[in-house]
Each structure stands twice: as C-alpha cells, then as structure tokens.
Design a protein around this ligand. Structure first.
Ligand SMILES: NC(=O)c1ccc[n+]([C@@H]2O[C@H](COP(=O)([O-])OP(=O)(O)OC[C@H]3O[C@@H](n4cnc5c(N)ncnc54)[C@H](O)[C@@H]3O)[C@@H](O)[C@H]2O)c1
Length: 320
C-alpha cells in the first residue's frame, strides 16, 4: 500500500482519483483550498489539509505531514480550469496554475516526496491540425489556461530531471460523467454539464458554429469517462512506484474516438429520454475544430485503455 497527497482532491476529478486509489488499496491525503472543491465529496476518514498552494506556510504543512505519515508521491490536480475565465484573468491563471505548481514542486521536494503525477490537458496542443494528436506533436496552446497547463508540465519535467524525481503528466482530453451524483462536475463551462442543464431547465444550449469542417459541422472532441481517467491515475501510480521502470513522462488520456457536439446532444436525448433545446451561435475564437487523442502511448506504457463510452458518460450517475 502507498499513500498519495492529492492537491485539488476535493475537486471533480480529484474526488474520483481518490476513490479509485482507495479502491486499489492505496491511501490518500487531500490538500485543497476549497475554492471550487467541495468537502462533501471526501469520505469522513480522509485527512483534508485546507490550504492554498500559494500559502507561504505550504513547505511547513508538507514537512509536518511527512513527519506524521509516509507520503509516496503527489498527484497534482489543483488548478483553475475555465478557458473563458483564463482569457479574462490571465495573470490569475498564471499565478494559481504556474505559481501553484512551482510552489508545490518546491515544497514537496523539500519534504522528501519523490514522485509527481501532474494533471495536464489536451489544451496544451491547441490547433496542431494533427488528428489524432500524439504526445510528440508540437504544443501550441490557444488560451492562457492551456499555456499555464503546459508551463506547469514543463516545470514538473525540468524539476524532476534536475532533482531526480519520478514523474508523469496525464494530458486529459474531455472529461465527463460521474461515479455518483455527489461527485458530478458542477463546473458551468464543460459541454456535458451545459447539455444536461439545457435538458433540465429548457434554456437552450449554445452550439458554437455548425460550419466547421467536420461531418455534421460542429466541433469534434474526444470524451473520456472520469472513472476511466481515475483508473489511469492508479495505473500511473503503479508505474511511478516501480523504481526499476522509467518515468512515464507525458501521456494522452483519451479514446481516439471523435464525438461532435450534436452527437453529445443526441446521446443525452436518447439515454435520458428528454429533449435538449439548442441553438446555433457564432464560432468562438480559439476553438479548434477537432481535438482527438492518439491513445496508443498510454496503452503501451501503463497498460491502460478506456472501457466506457459516451452513453455511459451521459447516463444519470448511480446512487451508492
Ligand atoms: N475537467 C476537465 O475536463 C479537465 C480536462 C483537462 C485537465 N483538467 C485538469 O484537471 C485538474 C482538476 O480539474 P477538475 O475538473 O477536477 O476541476 P475542479 O475545479 O473541480 O478541481 C480543482 C480543485 O483544485 C482546488 N484548487 C484550485 N486552486 C487551488 C490552490 N491554489 N490551492 C489549493 N487547492 C486549489 C479547488 O478547490 C478544487 O478542489 C486541473 O488541473 C485541470 O486543469 C481538467
């Protein structure tokens, strides 16, 4: 059994990673400032360190933690994640996401924690034009959010090489679904919560452009179920714990399965049996037409592949 420090563990993805690590027999401690996270997502027996990564006391908090409990590695999920907000507040995103990652790397290393699993994003690729996109494609992010995720990944890689840490970065494609209703994504900017809200309220969903060079004219994305994504973290943790294996480095987490906005709308209508009112709006600048993962490297390096499809992501989550 190993113990992982989950920054951002009270968030949508972090809470699923926590659940999957524990189900696989690992233990976890959460560090979260609860800026977007929710403590009710955490089981009662999980320790929560309620602090910001940018708190000057962070090194003392991590040193104190390591003095009390063994910590094998950090899963660094804590970040701000809204693309439009990052366009409006770029310095806030650089401060939180890049500054937060640098502070976490420094404090974790000072506390003697030797493994880092970094939450990266398909947003690091931007408009490469490659489909599917592999990890060795150029990274040309089109938003401040994507830039901060890439800068954080660079900092993690360079620091890991210099300080002798073991590291991996998982580049998540479009994450959707939930293991249970309490763990669902409350974020207003991801497509699936917006589609579900339109179905619930009758307020039409805006579909940004139906004249893209795609089969139905709407943007194509590669959706991955959050429980599959959480299992990818468990697989990465296993390889990071094996000191004889090379560090995995950057890995796409996707399905190599393009799905259009209108196909997501149709899936919700079919699976949930209710209409999704929607209207076509102008294209948004910076939205790439197609973002689809080449998911072959993660299958080779971690032995992971997704087992759930879009219908599983749009189905109402089970109650436990
Ligand atoms: N949701 C997606 O589709 C997606 C896709 C690609 C990458 N990611 C990345 O996954 C990670 C988790 O995303 P999520 O969807 O769970 O978002 P989320 O907002 O639900 O979770 C982020 C968590 O980090 C915490 N946090 C933020 N800033 C902090 C700080 N300075 N100090 C301490 N805690 C802080 C928040 O309170 C929250 O609990 C992020 O790094 C995000 O960039 C998400």
């Amino acid at each position: 059994m190993s113990t992982w420090l989950l920054t951002g563990g009270a968030g949508y993805i972090g809470a699923h990673v926590l659940r999957a690590l524990r189900a696989a027999g690992h233990d976890a401690v959460v560090l979260d400032d609860l800026s977007t996270g929710r403590p009710e997502r955490l089981p009662d027996d999980v320790e929560l360190l309620r602090t910001s990564l940018l708190d000057p006391d962070l090194p003392a908090v991590l040193t104190g933690l390591v003095a009390r409990r063994r910590v094998d590695g950090v899963v660094h999920l804590a970040a701000k994640k809204s693309v439009p907000e990052s366009v409006a507040m770029p310095l806030h995103y650089y401060e939180q996401n890049v500054g937060g990652t640098v502070a976490m790397l420094r404090a974790a290393t000072a506390a003697g924690i030797g493994r880092v699993l970094y939450s990266s994003s398909a947003a690091v690729y931007g408009e490469t034009g490659a489909e599917p996109v592999a990890e060795d494609q150029p990274t040309l992010p089109t938003s401040p959010y994507g830039e901060t995720k890439l800068a954080g990944e660079w900092a993690a890689r360079r620091h890991a090489e210099a300080a002798g840490l073991r590291w991996a970065a998982l580049r998540y494609f479009n994450v959707a679904g939930a293991a249970s209703p309490e763990l669902a994504d409350r974020g207003a900017t991801n497509l699936l919560p917006l589609v579900l809200r339109a179905a619930e309220t009758g307020e039409p969903l805006s579909v940004y452009g139906d004249d893209w060079p795609t089969p139905d004219g709407t943007c194509l994305r590669d959706y991955v179920h959050v429980e599959d994504l959480a299992e990818a973290h468990v697989a990465a943790a296993r390889v990071l714990l094996d000191d004889a294996a090379p560090s995995p480095g950057a890995l796409n987490v996707g399905r190599n399965e393009p799905t259009s906005v209108l196909q997501v709308v149709a899936a919700v209508e079919r699976v949930q049996g209710r209409p999704v009112p929607h209207r076509i709006a102008p294209r948004r600048p910076g939205d790439p037409a197609r973002v689809v993962a080449d998911a072959s490297r993660i299958a080779t390096v971690l032995g992971w592949r997704a087992t759930r499809g879009v219908d599983d992501m749009v189905a109402p989550p089970r109650r436990h």
